[in-house]
Every structure is written in structure tokens, then in C-alpha cells.
Design a protein around this ligand. Structure first.
Ligand SMILES: Cc1cc2nc3c(=O)[nH]c(=O)nc-3n(C[C@H](O)[C@H](O)[C@H](O)COP(=O)(O)OP(=O)(O)OC[C@H]3O[C@@H](n4cnc5c(N)ncnc54)[C@H](O)[C@@H]3O)c2cc1C
Length: 406
């Protein structure tokens, strides 16, 4: 369906799918729909520069990379992404490798979420797709009908976008999730947060190091050959101002396994932030012709490196059910969306919770600490246990139509 021109429709635009949010979920969905010749418009409240420079996740699962390749969106990722064969778990300063390639035949790729977002935006615009940046006061209405409407403001002018489906990909603070009137939210808050920094310091090795330490968890990660990404477990109410650069580097050097041949390069810190460790799942993920995806429906703690991958996995299911509804004449298949997504969502919650509870320090709980050490010993000594971790870390296959829960 061609977009009606502004002039002809007096400021009313029309599309098949209105996508709210230009994060990984919304942008991948836009590409998947375009590949199926389904018309869509993305409405994003921030400007382009802001979304292209927002530092967040950086671990791409194997299925995510495969999908981006299939969509022809992996050219720069292939060139600049860092392929990792596995990860390391450091327990009491001693490193243990989990070799994903050996255990599963698959690997992961380190490539910043903001780089994924840049690539998706550039390709979408080059292909003639519509992304409206700085779309303010976005308000989907009539979602119970087969003609939903999304109202918003752009350049100070009120706009109306008529559509068949609204895809709510607007993250955890978006407007779409709460419109699912009968949703139930199941959640869990962990008693700690992550202080994350991006540093202009060349990584000293090509694998992530997850460190379990009596002073708290630390993660050594990277984004490029010149940029390191580092995390420290901190109190949930920690203030950024309390962490000078020196204090950050000292604490990292204490918690990371520097005595075990590991080297930590330091350098200017170019980005820093504190992220709560929280899990939530909102269900159902659909209300009428509004379907929500990614962080708009669920949050996972970052320990499993799953948030962006899970958002993209939702988008693959969403594109398939929208295709069925709009092209296949089977609108009843929209009902498959929630149960199909929830299988992966809960598997991912389980994995992320397991990684989180295995590696973080819980205050003065000696019994839990002993159980953690035992679990770490099992994972680092049993091939079966390591394979289970590796399979989940590299990513479960995306749900096919045949696997849909109905
Ligand atoms: C602060 C933060 C730090 C994170 N750090 C890490 C990390 O270090 N490692 C890790 O593995 N994972 C991390 N994550 C998780 C991961 O980045 C997310 O799971 C991922 O971004 C989810 O993608 P999404 O497309 O669902 O949502 P988002 O990426 O949040 O995208 C939603 C988009 O919708 C837009 N939007 C919101 N409201 C509206 C509205 N009303 N109208 C129009 N547009 C709107 C937003 O501007 C945004 O562009 C982090 C998440 C957050 C929030």
C-alpha cells in the first residue's frame, strides 16, 4: 500500500504497520516487513544522533548475526565485529574457559548496539523506508478496531497516522506497553546494580571475563579493537558521583583476575552509567491490533547479555504473524504472538537469572556463597553443564512458524 501524500490527505498519513520506537526491535521489524513488501512507518521520539550514540548492549547471539546477514545488513558487522569463540569465568582470581565453538559449533559477536542501530537506520533510509525522528506525544488509539490510529506531533504540527497494526517497540518507558489493558507484570528486582563504563583502552584479550569476587561481580568486555566496556556490581542506590576514574580502575583491578596472567589496560572513560538489575515479563504482549515487542514487554538482567537479542527475536515472530494477518488473510494468527514469544522470553529469563545469581555477591549470605561456588565448580568442570551454558549464551534458534505455540 503506497503512503498517501500529506497534501492529498490534509496531514493524515497512512501505512500498514505503525512502529513506535527505533531501537533494535522496531528497526529489525521494519526491515523484516520491508522484505515481505509490507509498508511501515517508524515513529521515534528522539533525534537520529541520540539513538545512534546511545551506548547499551554489545553481545550479538549467533541467530542475531545470521538474521542480519540474511537481511543483507551485516556488511560492517562482518568487517568490524569481534568474533568470540567463548567466555571466561574467573573464580577467586583463577580463569576458566567456556569454549562455545568446541561445545556448540557456534560463536558470538561483539558489536555495539549503537552500531547495529546505525546500520539498520542507514539501510532503511537508503531503501526508501520512513523513520520519523522527534515524533513527540505518540498516542496509539482505536487499537481494538481493525483501523488503529497513531497521533503524534512533529515539528510542532499534530499528525495522524492510520494503520492496520501498531507495533509497540518503544522500550521499558514507552507508551505502548501500558495500553495492553489486561496485562499482568511478573517481576523481580535484584539487590544490586551495574556501574558500566566505556573506556578508550585497547582490549588485552578477545574474550569476555565474568569475575565472581568477594567484593562483588565484575565484567571485562569490549566494543572494538580500541574500546573496552567494563562493569562493576554496585549498590542499587549507588551514585555515579561517588566513583572517580581512579576508584573505578582500582576496583576493576581488584575484582578482575590480574594475578592470573590477565592484563587490564586503562584509558580515558568516555561514557558511564548505572543500570538497575531487574527482571520483568508483561503478558499478554498484544491488545487487539497493538502488539508489543522487546523491552516494552520484558526486561532481563544484563548478565546474560540477552536484552537486545530478545528484542530482535520478538521482531522475527511479530513480522511472521503480521505477514499471516495482512498477506495471508489469517488475522487470527495474531493470537499466536504472545505464547510463541513467551517460550523464548522465559528461557532467557531463566538463563539470565542463573548467570546473575551464580556470579554476584549477595550480602553476608554464607550459605548462598557456598552454593555459588559449587555451581561455578560444576560449570567449570562438567562438560554437560558447560555445554548447557554455552547453548544458551550463543542463543537458541529463533522460533519457526512450525514451532509456534497455538
Ligand atoms: C540504560 C540501559 C542500559 C543497558 N545496558 C545493557 C548492557 O550493558 N548490556 C546488555 O546486554 N544489555 C543492556 N541493556 C539492554 C538492551 O540494550 C535492551 O534490551 C535493548 O535496547 C532493547 O531493545 P528495544 O528495541 O526493545 O528497546 P530500546 O532499545 O529501548 O528502543 C526503544 C526505542 O523507543 C523509543 N521510544 C520510547 N518511548 C517512545 C515514545 N513514547 N514514542 C516514540 N518512541 C519512543 C526510544 O527512544 C528508543 O529509541 C540496557 C538497557 C538500558 C535501558
Amino acid at each position: 500500500m503506497a503512503l498517501a501524500s500529506w497534501a492529498a490527505m490534509g496531514g493524515i498519513d497512512e501505512t500498514e504497520v505503525a512502529i513506535v520506537g527505533a531501537g533494535p526491535a522496531g528497526l529489525v521489524l521494519a526491515h523484516l516487513l520491508a522484505a515481505r513488501d509490507i509498508d511501515c512507518v517508524v515513529l521515534e521520539q528522539r533525534d537520529r544522533a541520540y539513538v545512534e550514540h546511545r551506548v547499551r548492549a554489545g553481545v550479538l547471539e549467533h541467530p542475531t548475526v545470521e538474521l542480519l546477514r540474511e537481511l543483507g545488513l551485516a556488511e560492517r558487522l562482518e568487517r568490524e565485529g569481534l568474533a568470540h569463540r567463548g567466555i571466561q569465568l574467573a573464580v577467586d582470581g583463577i580463569r576458566h574457559r567456556i569454549d562455545f565453538v568446541e561445545l556448540t559449533g557456534r560463536s558470538i559477536t561483539l558489536y555495539g548496539q549503537q552500531e547495529v542501530v546505525k546500520d539498520l537506520i542507514a539501510a532503511r533510509l537508503a531503501g526508501g523506508g520512513q523513520i520519523v525522528f522527534e515524533a513527540l506525544d505518540v498516542a496509539p488509539t482505536a487499537i481494538d478496531t481493525d483501523r488503529p490510529v497513531v497521533q503524534y506531533r512533529h515539528d510542532g504540527v499534530a499528525r495522524t497516522l492510520r494503520c492496520r497494526i501498531v507495533a509497540g517497540c518503544d522500550g521499558s518507558y514507552g507508551v505502548c506497553g501500558p495500553l495492553v489493558a489486561d496485562r499482568t507484570v511478573t517481576e523481580h528486582t535484584y539487590p544490586f546494580a551495574w556501574l558500566g563504563v566505556l573506556a578508550e583502552a585497547a582490549p588485552t584479550q578477545d574474550e569476555l571475563v565474568y569475575a565472581s569476587h568477594d567484593r562483588g561481580f565484575a565484567l571485562y568486555s569490549m566494543r572494538s579493537p580500541t574500546v573496552t566496556r567494563l562493569y562493576l556490581q554496585v549498590a542499587p542506590d549507588e551514585q555515579l558521583a561517588a566513583w572517580s576514574d581512579d576508584r573505578i580502575w582500582d576496583e576493576l583491578a581488584t575484582r578482575l583476575p590480574v594475578g592470573d596472567g590477565f592484563r587490564l589496560n586503562t584509558g580515558p572513560i568516555i561514557d558511564r552509567g548505572i543500570t538497575a538489575m531487574h527482571s520483568s515479563v508483561a503478558t499478554p504482549m498484544r491488545h487487539g491490533n497493538l502488539l508489543v515487542a522487546g523491552d516494552a514487554a520484558h526486561i532481563v538482567p544484563a548478565t546474560g547479555a540477552k536484552g537486545m537479542n530478545l528484542a530482535i527475536a520478538d521482531a522475527t515472530v511479530l513480522a511472521a504473524v503480521i505477514d499471516d494477518a495482512l498477506r495471508g488473510g489469517r488475522p487470527e494468527h495474531l493470537a499466536d504472538y504472545t505464547p510463541t514469544c513467551l517460550r523464548r522470553v522465559w528461557r532467557t529469563q531463566h538463563f539470565s537469572h542463573r548467570m546473575t545469581t551464580m556470579l554476584h555477591r549477595f550480602d553476608d549470605d554464607a550459605f548462598r556463597r557456598q552454593l555459588q561456588r559449587t555451581e561455578l565448580e560444576i560449570v567449570t568442570s562438567s562438560v554437560a553443564a558447560a555445554t548447557d551454558l554455552a547453548e544458551h549464551y550463543v542463543g537458541l534458534p529463533f522460533a519457526t512458524l512450525a514451532e509456534r505455540a497455538t
